[in-house]
Design a protein around this ligand. Sequence first.
Ligand code: 13P
Length: 255
Amino acid sequence: MDKKLRKVIIAGNWKMNMTPCEAEEAVKKTAALTEGKDGCEVVLCVPFIDIPAAVNAAKGTNVKIGAQNVHFEEKGAFTGEVSAKMLVESGIEYVIVGHSERRQYFGETDETVNKRTKAALNAGLKVIMCLGEVLEERQAGITSEIVSMQTKLDLAGISDELIKNVIIAYEPVWAIGTGLTATPDQAEEVCCLIRKVVEGLYGKETADGMTIQYGGSMNDKNAADLLGKYNVDGGLIGGASLVPEKFASIVEAAQ
Ligand code: 13P
């Protein structure tokens, strides 16, 4: 399949940064700097508390607002959690699920990633599902086993229809926030493997059409080389997404 036929998505993951006032300004700035750059989808995934300000600031622009997590139950006694329906009603289109920081610090497992993904998809959200190996796994030479297993477990039971709203972000944990980036060849190798696993589960057409992002210290300097790879259809960007000028350069590289 021609890579150009796949949707390229450049998404920022602000993590726990930006107050609502800062969010409003950053969204407006990002929107102004990326205006007319319709060669890719531009998404900013913001903290829950920033959603109203960010959605409002993004109105009428090409910037879409996403969330960074979602609970799998519809409602109830889950203190501190936010449901998919709440996100949808707040103007959210995308949600990150299974980020390595959630797995590492908040007890997220492949089982809960799968449950959250299903709840989000059923509510009509698009899910950016994150997975990737830790350093010890790469050094032990088991990256492909780990990534294949995560892909299968995280997608378990998701229908042929709903899989169309899943984006997979390959984020090698050793490259997140460390300044270490996977080389374009390393990113390509694992993104290609993920596509093969998806093909095994859903067939070639679905796998060929799926957007697979790379994340991990992607910045304005290395984005073009990473995005140039056949199986890399976008980026999930942490640190560099906090600086509108840097994020806009990555969007530019994706054109
Ligand atoms: P950095 O771009 O800061 O390495 O973060 C990547 C990431 O975790 C995006 O979700």
